[in-house]
Design a protein around this ligand. Sequence first.
Ligand code: NCD
Length: 475
Amino acid sequence: MSLANRDLVTLDDFSNAEIDGLFSLANIMNKSIDKQSSICKNKIMASLFFEPSTRTRLSFETAMHRLGGHVISAVDIGSTSLAKGESIADMARVLGSYADIIVIRHPWEGAAKVVADYADVPVINAGDGGHEHPTQTLCDLYTIKSERHSIEGLRIALCGDLKYGRTIHSLAYALARFGANILFQSYPGLEIPEHVLRKLITNYNGTLKMSEDLKQETQKGVFPLNSIYITPGSPHQLAMMPDVNIQIETEANVDALYVTRLQKERSSNNLNKHEEEDNYPVVDKKLLREKRFKQTLVMHPLPRVDELACEVDADPRSMYFKQAAFGVPVRMALISLLLGGSNITTNEDISRLSKPKQMIYKRNSGLKCHNPLCVSNQDSEIKYIKPEFKIISIGPLRLSCIYCEHENNPLYIASSLWHEGGLKYKKYHSANSHLIKRIKPENLILFESAISAQSQGFEPSNYVGTSHSTLNIKR
Ligand code: NCD
């Protein structure tokens, strides 16, 4: 199977079998790293890193050199025409005519998708703000697989800043896809975003145990356990006996402990920054003496600050330098696949690969993404990016921005049928009303507020009730 000319913006772009195929190729690259220099001969990679990076950038660049290719790079927005107000779409079009493949890290969430939409060459997301970091996840999965062979059924704890840590978001989706159970242990206030949890349940059909049931685990000095994702079919205490004492669950063995640093650069809450830094727990030898961590792989995407004690480095359970080293063979495999220099064989049934169709909402009815860091909200980009949302559910009405995946829950709805003379008046209704099921998805018009509906010439119907459903995920 060929992955040539594909993009990797999120891991959703690859099937599980394709990821496994990529790992088999990474094994080959790893064994003979200095014998691959003809695979991407004369190919050029544009390496654009508009946020700090050591491992990701240099392992991508090393990978391209090892494959015999060349690298052109920009590492500072200030040195590019983006600083003059150029859109990233224009930059993508131009670079697509210089390079054969583009790797981009950018602070705006969804920026890599825009580059992929506009460049005619494969694009790899090397981190888009706090959204995703799929190639770090490839290195993480590869590390776990190389130690444990399979991910299915493992219990993996994700610790630290789960709110802004993009490696966490990509890894959580991937672990759920590969059938792992996930323990979310965040620093208080930096819990995993609701839209990430919701995607786990919606797309991967697991169940979620939330914080109220997990209260007893708030020991000082430890990242408290605030939710557990239980993979479907897991022979799991909680899945089998929902009322079982949670204590049993929290004492069970942990296969991997994935630690992350406080993402200071993304937190807007400057007042609490020092408090967060001072109180952020540390994973050290003492913690790892607990019985449940006896066989645990200690992982970290790096860079670490103080959250992972240096004394753990010599412990055979520490995996983080291995994870970083795997960056080169894994990225070599990825680049060579996207450039068509290598192929993979999978037994996958191609018909199963077509993604389930999700309705997209892209009418110009004033709906905007609420995430200020989303690429769709940036001055240089709003000229050409029209907000677009996936409709995740209609009862309650939930949308997800196609760029950053943040949720939007519009309050009011209408039907476009009035355009065609089927309805007498332009009326809007509550998104909670039964009419949501009566309006065909292709006719649906969504409004942020009553004012927005009225400013577009719509009048309230008898179904504009004031209440709106709240999100169902409780903390
Ligand atoms: C991570 C990143 O940039 O998101 N680093 C990396 O790519 N290995 C993690 C981090 O910066 O904390």
